[in-house]
Structure formats: C-alpha cells, structure tokens
Design a protein around this ligand. Structure first.
Ligand code: IPM
Ligand code: MN
Length: 364
C-alpha cells in the first residue's frame, strides 16, 4: 500500500486530513453526504485530501446493539483531525439517551468547551424580522459547551412520591468560564466591529453569573480594543428580534446559549442554514448542522443540505484552510441569493442533491 502511494505515477496529497464522519439519524446521512461532496469538490484543484472515516453511531445502532458511544470508538475519534456530524435523534428511542450518550458525551469527553454558532443572514434568505436584512443580522454566539446546567449534576430525593425533590445544579467553574470568555474576546478581536456582549442573568443568578460578570470584566482589561456590553438573557431575546444589528459577538453559558441560538437560527433563515462548531481549540472539534434529524423528511431528497455544507466550511476554517472555507461560503451565498426559492425542506425549488450541485457549480 505504502509503496503504491509514494509511486510517482500517483499524485500524493500534500496534506491529508483524517475526518470522522458520523452521519447519524434521520436526514443526517443525506445532508452529510452532500457536505462531503462539496468539500471534496472544493479541494479537487489543490493537493489536499480528506480521509473520511465513517462511524455508524446513532439510533439504529443503539436499537440493534444497545450501544451509544463505545469506548473503542471514542478512542479512535481522539486521533482524528475533526468530526463531521449529521444529526442525532431517533423517534423510537426515548429522548435523552442518544443526546446524552452520544452528542453530549462527545462534547464532554473531547472537552469541546466552545459551541460556536454564527447567526448570519445570507442574501436572498427570508427572515421573519421585518425591515431587517443581511446588513443587520451578522453576529456570532459563543456558547460555553461543557458546564452549566448540562454538567449532569443533581439528583432525586424521594422520587415518585408526593415529597419528591429534583435538583439540577448549574456548574460554573472559574477555569471553564474564563477559557470561554477568553475565546470570545479573541474571536471578537478578529472581527471588524470588535464588540462583545455578555449575556447572563446577574439579577437572579447572583452566584453563577456573578462569577461570569467578574471574569468577563477582568479579562476585558486585557482587550482594550474590544468594546464590551452586557445584557440579561430575556432582554437579549428581545434585542435579537428588535435590533439584531446591535450584536457582533455574544458570549453566554450553556443553557442560555442553547436557547438563544435557536432564536438566532430562526432569524437567519431557519434550521436549513444554521451551522455550528463544538470546539476544543487544542483538541478534536466537531462540526454539525444544528437542526436535528428531521425524521419525517428522511430519504425523500428534500431536506436542505446548506446547514451541513456550512458546518463543513466551518470545519475547514478550523483545520486551517480559511480560503477554501470562504470559497464555500461565497458559493452558498450565491446559491441562496440567486437560486433557491426558500430554505425550507421541500420548498427550495431543488432537491437536496441539486442544491449541493448548485454549490459545486458555483465553486467552479
Ligand atoms: C443543540 C441541541 C442539544 C443541546 C441537544 C440535542 C442535547 O439542542 O445542540 O443545541 O441542548 O445542546
Ligand atoms: Mn439546541
């Protein structure tokens, strides 16, 4: 094998990335396949190669074998350059099992402490916000991804009785908060507007968000070029709808980040376009369309692949290929701006595969 690869007759890739692909459930496999096609096409003209390693994690495997994320698979994933994930969630599996056993376990085990979610309205995309366009909707949410209410700390007392007590503790460590806040400042510094908003609830969460606020203020002194701001999470939802142009980068905890990024996805045109990255800046990161498995559209070739394609572009950016990532984003913008009737499944005017074809055509 080795001999063959180094043979002068075979073009050797200057750089090969080892990518774990977890297509997952529902429409996940369809959109990830299109994302891979676009990435392979984007690299066809240079000597970079993607070495895709497929993993069948998800609902089907769980129903067959009872396994969610076997340790042996996790061990292999740790050796990859990145993970490209479709969607996790199966109608025949009790909610929580796959989410906790696969998605959250991957985030925690691989210490992907940032969930980066751009909220950017592309040209030609319908937004439910009246009088707002791409000029007004262009920000990034930096969501803490390994702590808070997601830490799994809590328990029941006297379960099933009238005196039942359920506790779910929000875990906020100085280390976890500070690394997230620092990432957000670094990210803000790279953007033209350089404005960072902390989103919290300091008027009620007087312990947890006091820690966030103090950490934020301390780190801010190291970034005099970044303009800072604060908003309570409820007001943040209001401003995201009323004046989204106020935001450049928002940093927030895990639970609030989960909630405001669904709102963000809606104002940028819906789940068909919203992508995110679960980042460990010094480890293995994972990129996913944030929309879920959409089981009712499975196998119909109608789901929008653009969120998966955009997640793929984020992955390339993260791998150190910003120009290819930008080329894909530009191609997507061209397609939304000039071709698609809608971003909704079944209403695009094109099938899943045709939308990817259009992006590949634009890539040239
Ligand atoms: C997300 C999802 C997950 C989360 C679920 C599926 C556990 O909603 O990625 O935003 O809450 O983080
Ligand atoms: Mn969510």
């Amino acid at each position: 094998m080795k001999q063959q690869l180094s043979s002068p007759a075979v073009k050797k890739a200057a750089k090969t990335y080892r990518i774990a692909v977890i297509p997952g459930d529902g429409t996940g496999p369809e959109v990830i396949e299109q994302g891979r096609r676009v990435i392979d096409a984007a690299f066809s003209k240079n000597d970079i190669q993607m070495d895709w390693h497929l993993y069948d994690l998800g609902g089907e495997r769980y129903l067959k074998t009872g396994e969610t994320l076997p340790d042996s698979v996790l061990k292999e994933l740790r050796e990859m350059d990145a993970i490209y994930l479709g969607a996790i969630g199966h109608p025949d599996v009790k909610p929580g099992i796959l989410e906790q056993g696969i998605l959250l376990r991957l985030r925690f085990e691989l210490d992907q402490y940032i969930n980066l979610r751009p909220v950017k309205l592309y040209p030609g995309v319908w937004t439910p916000l009246k009088d707002k366009g791409p000029e007004q909707i262009d920000f990034v949410v930096v969501r803490e991804n390994t702590e808070g209410l997601y830490a799994g700390v809590g328990g029941f007392l006297r379960k099933g009785t009238k005196e039942e007590v359920a506790l779910q503790t929000s875990v906020n460590t100085r280390h976890g908060v500070e690394r997230c806040v620092r990432f957000a400042f670094d990210c803000t510094r790279k953007r033209p507007r350089k404005k960072l908003t902390l989103c919290g609830k300091t008027n009620v969460l007087t312990f947890a968000h006091d820690l966030w606020q103090r950490t934020f203020n301390e780190v801010a002194t190291e970034y005099p070029d970044v303009q800072t701001d604060y908003t309570h999470v409820d007001a943040c939802c209001m401003w995201m709808v009323k004046n989204p142009e106020w935001f450049d980068v928002i940093v927030t905890d895990n639970m609030f980040g989960d909630i405001i990024t669904d709102l963000g996805a809606m104002i940028q045109g819906g789940m068909g376009i919203a992508a995110g990255g679960n980042l460990n800046p010094s480890g293995v990161s994972m990129f996913e369309p944030i929309g879920g498995s959409a089981p009712k559209y499975t196998g119909k070739n109608v789901i929008n692949p653009l969120a998966a394609i955009c997640a793929g572009a984020m992955m390339l950016e993260h791998l150190g290929q910003p120009s290819v990532a930008q080329a894909i984003e530009q191609a997507v913008m061209k397609v939304t701006g000039t071709k698609l009737k809608s971003l909704a499944a079944g209403k695009m005017g094109y099938s899943t595969t045709e939308v990817a074809d259009l992006v590949i055509e634009e890539l040239g």
